[in-house]
Write a protein that binds this ligand. Structure first.
Ligand code: ZN
Length: 209
């Protein structure tokens, strides 16, 4: 973790390239943000920004009250999604909001995401869920923030997901693990498997210390 603004921006730029390379968003979908430590502000990607071509000028600086103070003229229409989550989760330093295929696919099949591996348990273990609500609305932002009180990732039905972390790196790792868990859930479902699960006795107790 770092407090340095330029380093935080560089981490967002790298994360944007990575999620597009991995196919977790198409075109200019998705948006990323990072809290500016020691302030009441966060940086969020601008409206219509292509995440694999981010520059520092593509970021809007917002207050936690929702005022744009600097940077890109128009923040992502989904800026409230970030703002409301930061408000309820003071421990969260970065949010990665994506539209990943398998997360959406299993949700549309009505199949809960299964967190079957060590990594899935370590990084997530669970995900919240909210029904479809219009993109950019107060309603979706508030519902996602409410779900984020109990989870480090939230599925937004027919839309995408948000993954949270104390750093850009952790939020990104959670987003990648959510999509991998969803991909494995889909493959288990197609194989007709309904029982594979992480061993119950080790849930919440996966590290030897
Ligand atoms: Zn979205």
């Amino acid at each position: 973790m770092t407090d340095d603004r330029d380093t935080l921006i560089a981490e967002l730029v790298d994360a944007g390239r990575h999620v597009v390379d991995r196919g977790l968003v198409q075109a200019s979908g998705g948006n990323l943000s990072v809290r500016l430590p020691g302030t009441d502000r966060f940086l969020v990607t601008g409206s219509g920004t292509w995440l694999d071509r981010l520059t520092p000028q593509d970021l809007a600086e917002m207050t936690l009250d929702g005022e744009r103070r600097a940077g890109a003229d128009r923040p992502s229409v989904e800026w409230r999604l970030h703002q409301r989550t930061y408000a309820v989760r003071p421990d969260v330093g970065a949010i990665v909001h994506l539209h990943p295929q398998h997360v959406l696919l299993v949700d549309m099949l009505g199949v809960p995401i299964r967190f079957t591996t060590l990594d899935h348990q370590y990084y997530l273990g669970s995900a919240g869920w909210v029904p479809f609500l219009p993109s950019g609305s107060d309603e979706v932002a508030d519902a996602a923030a409410e779900a984020a009180r109990d989870h480090d990732a939230v599925v937004l039905a027919h839309h995408g997901c948000s993954a949270l972390g104390d750093s850009v790196s952790m939020a990104l790792r959670r987003a990648l693990n959510l999509e991998e868990a969803a991909t494995m859930t889909y493959r288990l479902h197609v194989a007709g498997n309904t029982t594979a699960d992480f061993p119950q006795k080790w849930k919440g107790n996966i590290l030897s210390v």
